[in-house]
Design a protein around this ligand. Structure first.
Ligand SMILES: [Zn+2]
Length: 242
């Protein structure tokens, strides 16, 4: 299971007192050790067929052994064939209260629109800043990250406000760098080597994982918005509300 999928799975069963996943409680440790009885990985090196999907569907109705939820992680979900995807539709639409499904894929269009529409989608894209030498004053990122880390609403507002004056291509580069900082922070939080963050910036490791995941999702949405020609002011306004 990918480290991020494991992190998300752990968050669903964590029984830590504060942030989830805490990575230290009994439930989290079992997930991280690949030994949690309520976390099932469906991994197909080849095709994942309908019989396998039906087994997942049936298991979803079984009460969890010890956690508050049963989590099904379908890795390389593009390997689900059409019959398998169709077999999962009902349970995705109206899942038992204790069931959680995580699909990972590098090829989202391989999943039926009816499957994708039933999922919350988070995009974890690798890659460097956009082409075009979109340099911006790195202090903007520094200040913004410091405001996020300090959970300082006023500083966040001010540092986001400063972003209203940059060019669109610079905003795209800023968002990509912010995404990489959050990605590295999440991996760091999970204990993995924090690679890929723009050099010179501290990570946001003091923030709760759930907050990091939420911010990461939001940044990915904003990157999408930029791709759809959202204005710099709109993006800066959204960044002020993180
Ligand atoms: Zn935990």
């Amino acid at each position: 299971m990918s480290s991020l999928a494991r992190l998300v799975a752990a968050a669903h069963v964590c029984e830590g007192a504060s942030s989830a996943p805490c990575c230290v409680c009994r439930q989290c440790k079992k997930v991280l050790a690949h030994s949690h009885p309520d976390v099932t990985t469906v991994e197909g090196d080849g095709e994942i067929v309908a019989a396998e999907a039906r087994r997942v569907r049936a298991d979803a109705w079984v009460k969890p052994n010890e956690a508050r939820a049963r989590v099904f992680v379908v890795e390389r979900a593009e390997n689900l064939n059409m019959h398998a995807q169709n077999a999962l539709l009902n349970v995705l639409e109206d899942p038992p209260g204790s069931a959680r499904f995580i699909f990972t894929t590098e090829n989202p269009p391989a999943l039926l629109p009816t499957v994708r529409s039933r999922c919350a989608i988070a995009v974890f894209a690798e890659g460097g800043p956009p082409d075009g030498g979109a340099n911006y004053d790195l202090k903007l990122l520094d200040n913004y990250c410091a405001a996020l880390a300090g959970e300082n609403a006023l500083a966040l507002f001010e540092s986001a406000h400063a972003l209203e004056r940059i060019e669109r291509v610079q905003m795209e580069a800023f968002l990509e760098d912010l995404r990489r900082v959050l990605h590295a922070s999440l991996l760091g939080r999970y204990g993995a080597e924090a690679q890929g963050a723009p050099s010179g910036f501290g990570t946001l490791g003091n923030l709760e994982s759930t907050a990091l995941v939420r911010m990461y999702d939001r940044v990915c949405e904003l990157i999408d918005d930029c791709g759809r020609n959202a204005g710099v002011g709109h993006v800066a306004g959204a960044l002020a509300l993180f």
